[in-house]
Design a protein around this ligand. Structure first.
Ligand SMILES: NC(=O)C1=CN([C@@H]2O[C@H](COP(=O)(O)OP(=O)(O)OC[C@H]3O[C@@H](n4cnc5c(N)ncnc54)[C@H](O)[C@@H]3O)[C@@H](O)[C@H]2O)C=CC1
Ligand SMILES: C[N+](C)(C)CC(=O)CC(=O)[O-]
Length: 365
């Protein structure tokens, strides 16, 4: 028995979109504003600085500037290995005391404030009011549809989602999607901007809760939480099962093509005929488990044990080096850096220089 496929939702043919009247073309942007400068806002700032942009930032926390500069400094060794833009420098970062000052001259704005719907709605309206006309504003939200966030803004047409992956300065993917009130041309403009800034872009034609990658991640995460909640697996076993197993394949071949190979010469057709019926076996519990105090504690204690005494800073450095090694091993980081060689050296986004850094062993300038 094979699973009956659900009818595909009707999809409108892609329309030719009118160009978006931004103040400058996506590949001519020089000044980016980061609103919210925690893990992700700081990671974005590090990415844009490494690509030679001027970055202004605002974050209401009293220690925000210190934290942000610490994050950028910690990321810089990894960014050096990727290859810095000729103009890249942490000194191009300016932290300003108000949101209004931070966005006043921006040619692109990336919002990375806490994941709270009301906060995002009012903050995006405030950013919209203070940002020069036509400048595109992206939210890093992990799952809110822009339709739910853009309603209070005077110009919702320029607001869209640019969902990154942690850390944004190393993981290439950004998912770009507009809301009901977003100008389609603004979505195209943002996708082209992120590409010029060295990101790998998936431009989504319609809003999906959780976008694409987070829906996939959350399915895995839900099952991990079930197994811990039921005492079926430890945090360490769950992590090892991915890093020693499917994770090795996923760095260069996605889950669909990987499973097509599970069908041998018969490919995906044989794979589905053979294993399709097991989709109905009780491997998945579908509903999320209750995130009660005991599950929370079990996850926290399991992660402390897995960290085995390593500090967050040590784990970040280990993770960064690991991602760089994987990018290099899978041919996505050519010797001497990963940056595009097709843009002029003074154009932000393109990186052709290691910025005076010593090249890593085996690397060429
Ligand atoms: N942490 C992650 O792995 C990822 C997070 N995201 C998204 O990025 C956004 C930020 O998340 P994180 O950086 O993880 O959170 P975080 O807690 O590390 O940073 C949030 C920052 O926003 C600041 N903030 C508080 N109120 C603010 C306001 N009204 N306006 C501007 N800034 C304000 C805080 O002081 C803090 O520095 C969220 O939307 C989240 O869903 C997206 C991808 C991955
Ligand atoms: C945990 N998270 C949902 C905030 C993660 C993301 O949104 C993307 C990522 O970095 O995995």
């Amino acid at each position: 028995m094979t699973a009956t496929p659900e009818p595909a939702p009707e999809s409108a043919p892609r329309q030719a979109r009118p160009p978006y009247p931004a103040p400058c073309p996506p590949d001519a942007v020089r000044r980016v504003a980061c609103v919210g400068a925690g893990v992700i806002g700081g990671g974005w700032a590090a990415h844009f600085l490494a690509r030679g942009y001027d970055v202004t930032a605002w974050d209401p926390a009293p220690d925000a500037e210190q934290r942000l500069r610490r994050l950028v400094d910690a990321a810089w060794p990894a960014l050096r290995q990727l290859g810095l833009h000729a103009s890249a420098s942490p000194e191009r970062l300016t932290v300003l005391p108000t949101l209004e000052e931070a966005v006043a001259d921006a040619e692109f704005v990336q919002e990375s404030a806490p994941e709270k719907l009301d906060l995002k709605r009012s903050l995006l309206a405030r950013i919209d009011a203070a940002t020069p006309a036509g400048v595109v504003v992206a939210s890093s939200t992990s799952g809110y549809p822009m339709t739910d966030m853009q309603g209070e803004a005077a110009d919702p047409g320029r607001l869209l989602v640019g969902h990154p992956f942690n850390p944004p300065y190393l993981i290439p993917l950004v998912e770009v999607v507009g809301g009901k009130l977003t100008e389609p041309g603004a979505v195209d403009w943002a996708s082209r901007f992120y590409e010029a800034a060295g990101k790998s872009v998936i431009t989504m034609e319609r809003e999906l809760p959780g976008f694409i990658a987070n829906r996939l991640q959350e399915a895995l995460w839900r099952e991990a939480l079930h197994m811990v909640a039921n005492g079926e697996a430890t945090v360490q076993e769950i992590d090892d099962s991915i890093t020693e197993g499917p994770g090795l394949r996923w760095a260069f071949m996605g889950p669909c093509l990987t499973f097509a190979l599970a069908g041998g010469e018969g490919g995906m057709a044989h794979m589905l005929d053979h294993f399709g019926p097991s989709l109905k076996s009780p491997w998945t519990r579908l509903e999320a488990p209750e995130l009660d105090a005991s599950l929370r504690d079990a996850m926290v204690e399991g992660c402390d044990a897995a960290a085995a005494g390593r500090s967050v800073a040590q784990l970040v450095a280990e993770r960064d080096q690991g991602v760089i090694d994987v990018l290099r091993a899978t041919g996505r980081l050519p010797q001497g850096g990963s940056q595009r060689q097709d843009a002029p050296a003074d154009s932000p986004g393109a990186g052709t220089d290691t910025g005076g850094a010593e090249p890593a062993e085996g690397e060429q300038r």
